[in-house]
Design a protein around this ligand. Sequence first.
Ligand code: ADP
Ligand code: MG
Length: 255
Amino acid sequence: MSTLTITDLHVEVETENGPKEILKGVNLTVRSGEVHAIMGPNGSGKSTLAYSIAGHPKYKITSGSVDLDGVELSALSIDARAKAGLFLAMQYPIEVPGVSVANFLRTAKTALSGEAPKVRTWVKEVNAAMDRLGLDHSFAARSLNEGFSGGEKKRNEIVQLELLNPAFAVLDETDSGLDIDALRIVSEGINRYMSSGDHGLLLITHYTRILNYITPTFVHVFVDGHIVAEGGPELADRLEVDGYDRFVKAAKVDA
Ligand code: ADP
Ligand code: MG
């Protein structure tokens, strides 16, 4: 069992007009077995939170901490964070021409476990994961994310999630651009990942529809770089009805 603890996290990015603070004191604890939905309007800093946890060099932690089982992640390289059990599915995954899906998966698995997976069983595992996500086996030969449709990108991320089996996953807008069938298939994959009971999930979204398939343990409303409200699944239902307006206005009054 493990715990991801984010404490008073402040993060800035460098802009043309100098440094700009995007995260303004984020506090969040995710334990194994829990699904935390981070919901907020566009531009509230949700992706910044995901990148900061993963260690993207553009995002500078000015104060606060991100801690996985007592290990301060900000001191670790991106690779070391992955080894520590962290996985990030980006909102806009990068294209890697010349590196096939199969190659990427094998390299990532080897890096994480310290030894290359046995070819025969590995190919079977990859194909089975592709089957579950409704991807053709020939998909494994394609260049990573190059020319992938929105749905293929997200399905591919869930293939990665299932095969790499990280302790903690941060999924940024995994539901965006998915049609109804793909949304269901991707959600089922995420539920399979969570079913072991020893994984933690940060599910970032600005729509409530994925939460019809994945029941969050906690819902956090994210506005202007920090969490402004917290609750259970019922909070997502209220957002569906009321929108973010009330929270955005309240955040402005506070500022
Ligand atoms: P969300 O994912 O909630 O839509 P983001 O984290 O992508 O929000 O962005 C939050 C804010 O930070 C936005 O106003 C965005 O323009 C700004 N921002 C994020 N990254 C950068 C960057 N590299 N340079 C300048 N501004 C940025
Ligand atoms: Mg975003």
